[in-house]
Design a protein around this ligand. Sequence first.
Ligand code: GAR
Length: 220
Amino acid sequence: MARLKVAVLISGRGSNLQALIQAAAAPNFPTEVIHVISSFSSADGLTYAIKAGIPATVIDHRDHTDRSSFESALNLCLHTAGAELVCLAGFIRLLTAEFIAAWPDKILNIHPSLLPAFKGLHTHKRVLESGVRFTGCTVHFVRSGTDDGPIIAQAVVPVLPEDTIDLLAARVLEAEHHLYPLALSLVATGRARVREDVVEISGNLWPTSFPQTLFNPGLI
Ligand code: GAR
């Protein structure tokens, strides 16, 4: 089976990169990580690429005079590596509409909230302050707005009374590590497709034991 060639773009810790590398270790997983691009040379996540023997390139926007030169460097690197799909995994640079248009429905992003709620930074702090009882994570196709675009998959995580930002972030991150490989495999196998800017999923992926309703607090 020819596996789809994925490039992962990171800026920091790289735990979602690691989840995608680990998922691809299964022989029947439909993608392989063929290149990692980091916007910082100091990004811890680069060690996951090195350990896995995956080529990595640092493209730091501070080495470029403007956004267009930075994105040209990104594009060249992606094409030279033979990338067919791009996964943003904690990549902090916003991509322009021109760059995104050059990769139509070929760029995925993960965000630690149930989009479209809580886009942007300091997600878990804002979730806790808002008093919502559920949060989660989302993998979506990238459009030009921050954390915007057709939703591929989401995971729901409860917000618990004793939560701190760190506790909640860790619970959501664990879900992220399962969700990103799932969403990526749906896209790579053609089961998730954009139609009128909404993602349609084909195939029966809803087990009969799927909970129809979640309560938080639980029903007494
Ligand atoms: C993840 O929590 C991801 O959802 C978030 O950055 C973190 C990167 O962690 N992305 C965003 O907030 C996008 N707006 P990682 O480097 O360990 O994968």
